[in-house]
Ligand binder design. Structure first.
Ligand SMILES: [Zn+2]
Length: 183
């Protein structure tokens, strides 16, 4: 299911505050997602996983771990890390478990291609907003547009600059256009 505009705007705001906290400035483009998650208390690393598994998130009282399938290309790894972090914010920090933690509170979320559902869409949206911050991403898109570049060429350049999968860059351009059209 598609996220509604309200939810998207809330996510954009949450991401903006987190990026501010991280020290991301409007001049920056590429978000160092490993440094970002480390700063948020995570241990991040590669793991030897099944071909159909992208990675996992493990949260307990004293541990925050994000692991990615070591076989994935670098830009996919970045997206997976951002996606796992998004689950932490959307489905853990904002849940009751976080407000009243117990010794036994453990969250283990595994990314399996076969198990996609609605909360996965939320996490994907959040991850895209984090890796392609709305204002800087849009500014760069418009710069290319003013140079007369074709959209497909622009997606390629944006994916390179922001170090994300090509399809993520393309989707983000359209998501931002949809948000802008609301006003
Ligand atoms: Zn997920």
């Amino acid at each position: 299911m598609e996220l509604c505009e309200m939810e998207k705007i809330q996510i954009e705001k949450m991401v903006d505050s987190l990026l501010d906290l991280f020290g991301y400035s409007k001049e920056d483009q590429y978000v160092d997602i490993v440094e970002f998650t480390k700063k948020m208390g995570f241990t991040v690393g590669n793991a030897d996983l099944d071909e159909n598994e992208d990675g996992f998130l493990l949260i307990s009282q004293d541990r925050r771990v994000i692991a990615v399938n070591s076989d994935r290309p670098m830009e996919w790894k970045r997206f997976i890390i951002a996606h796992e972090f998004s689950h932490f914010i959307l489905h853990y920090v904002l849940s009751d478990d976080f407000k009243n933690p117990t010794q036994e509170s453990v969250l283990l979320h595994r990314e399996n291609k076969k198990g996609r559902n609605e909360s996965e869409n939320d996490a994907d949206y959040f991850a895209a907003a984090l890796l392609m911050p709305r204002k800087t991403f849009k500014k760069q898109y418009e710069k290319y547009k003013s140079e007369g570049l074709d959209d497909n060429v622009i997606y390629f350049h944006l994916a390179t600059i922001f170090s994300v999968p090509l399809e993520s860059a393309k989707r983000r351009v359209n998501e931002i256009k949809e948000l802008d059209d609301q006003k």
